[in-house]
Design a binder for this molecule. Structure first.
Ligand SMILES: [Zn+2]
Length: 462
């Protein structure tokens, strides 16, 4: 962060700061150095194979064009294949089968959660409780949910063998009764919804869980810390969990219209927030202009993603890596530097600024590696590599985020990875007491960047 304090420091020690910047000659010398690892001139593979990180992978077809179609959604809910993820205050429900010690993300049926969903219709609710779903041509009520606990439609898990993956084509558009029949004849797989039970009373919630199929067969159902839940996730469920958790967080944090302050309500099965001043029955104040969300596209009506750059800075020979210790890290944990992208910055700009502000180092040759959704609460991590001169001094007195920052050799890092492994990204697992330091494991993109560099994978041509 370019705080006032930082600006003052910059002015007060301008000479020092300037001398730590590269001269034109140094820059030329640096850029002429062979940018190579043991195997290649490329820092990352050219036209690299895409790297899919934990929490990514998109196993569901989101059917985003059907979120407005309440008749489709309402007919999807009762299907026996439909599955539900359940969250309480951001904590996912996990299930541990009798005799097992390994929890898994709980997937309940509609029958299991029916007592928690509130009155029908579930989507396209009108002014009064019960009755028919709202007419599909009332835009303000498209997929609207005005009562009952928050629900998000996550998508459809289609069979891997399916040759009929749904597209927004005429076969999969649920307009009118005939369209709806066609869609249900054409889709294959299991629909996923998620339910936020934070405001449901404990007695009702406990009864539903005990009477669920898992509860009846003796499985233990519990809401757990969302970071420690990572250990209960396989690759497919990790992405579904990430989408659901970020969406519930966004819905629960935006209770009021940012434009006019009226209460907001859920539309499009949880994917849009409407302004209640625009509901068909809302009383309009004479002379007052309607809320600006009545017209046009407004980014606060749709889910947001906060983007962060996370960059592994290496020396020009690719034999050293810059690692830092955030003040909030548990003892012994080191990782690559990261920070939120600010408005008006490219990925490359943000990497340069963050490394400069946090470590006092100028980087160049910033190259993208891969990205990772990070549902704590709704971040997209953009992973990159950058190059800096390791002979230049580093400093951590700049923006007060880092406790320490140092260069480490590949040999040293490899030795620790081989001997002790990495630390779970929930950062709750203690490092081995003998290990001199630890790193995030490869479920977190910081761990991927460190590991790929250390093992020389970030450097092999495609
Ligand atoms: Zn409004």
């Amino acid at each position: 962060m370019f705080s006032r304090l930082f600006s003052q420091r910059l002015r007060s020690c301008g000479k020092t700061m300037m001398s730590s910047q590269l001269t034109r000659l140094q820059r030329a010398r640096l850029s002429s150095l062979p940018l190579r690892s043991a195997t290649s001139n490329a820092l990352i593979p050219r036209l690299s194979r895409s790297h899919s990180n934990f929490f990514g992978g998109a196993p569901l077809n989101r059917l985003s064009w059907l979120r407005q179609q309440q008749s489709f959604l309402n007919n999807l809910v009762p299907l026996p294949e439909t599955q539900w993820l359940v969250f309480h205050d951001g904590r996912p429900l996990v299930s541990t089968e009798r005799g097992s010690k390994a929890p898994a993300l709980a997937r309940l049926s509609t029958a299991d959660v029916r007592s928690l969903l509130g009155p029908e219709p579930f989507f396209g609710q009108g002014q009064t409780v019960g009755g028919q779903a709202a007419a599909s041509d009332v835009v303000a009520l498209e997929g609207a949910r005005l009562r009952g606990p928050p629900i998000v439609f996550l998508g459809l898990q289609e069979p891997p063998s399916s040759e009929r993956r749904a597209l927004p084509s005429s076969e999969f558009i649920a307009k009118g009764e005939s369209g709806l029949t066609d869609v249900f004849a054409n889709i294959e797989g299991s629909a996923y919804f998620s339910l936020n039970v934070t405001d449901i009373d404990q007695h009702t919630l406990d009864a539903a869980l005990q009477n669920s199929a898992a509860g009846k067969r003796g499985a233990q159902l519990a809401f757990v810390d969302p970071r420690s839940a990572m250990g209960a996730l396989d690759y497919t469920s990790a992405n579904i969990f990430a989408m659901a958790r970020s969406m519930h967080d966004w819905n629960s944090r935006n209770k009021y219209c940012p434009s006019c302050g009226s209460p907001s309500y859920s539309q499009w099965a949880g994917w849009k927030l409407g302004c209640s001043s625009l509901l068909p029955w809302a009383q309009q104040t004479e002379g007052k202009k309607p809320c600006v969300t009545a017209q046009g596209l407004h980014n606060f009506s749709h889910p947001r993603t906060d983007m962060v750059v996370i960059a592994a800075t290496v020396d020009p020979e690719r034999e050293k890596i810059l690692l830092g210790r955030n003040k909030r890290f548990p003892p012994g944990l080191w990782s690559v530097l990261s920070g939120f992208i600010e408005p008006g910055e490219s990925l490359e700009d943000a990497v340069k600024r963050e490394t400069w502000e946090e470590a006092g180092l100028e980087v160049q040759d910033v190259q993208y590696h891969s990205s990772q959704p990070w549902p704590y609460p709704a971040t997209l991590m953009a992973g990159l590599y950058a190059v800096a001169d390791s002979s230049k001094p580093t400093r951590t007195d700049l923006d007060n985020e880092l406790e320490d920052v140092r260069w480490y050799s590949r040999e040293y890092i490899l030795n620790i990875l081989e001997k002790y492994g990495a630390t779970h990204p929930s950062m709750e697992r203690e490092r081995s007491p003998d290990a001199p330091m630890s790193f995030p494991d490869t479920n977190a993109i910081g761990g991927v960047l460190i590991s790929e560099w250390a093992y020389g994978k970030a450097g092999q041509d495609g």
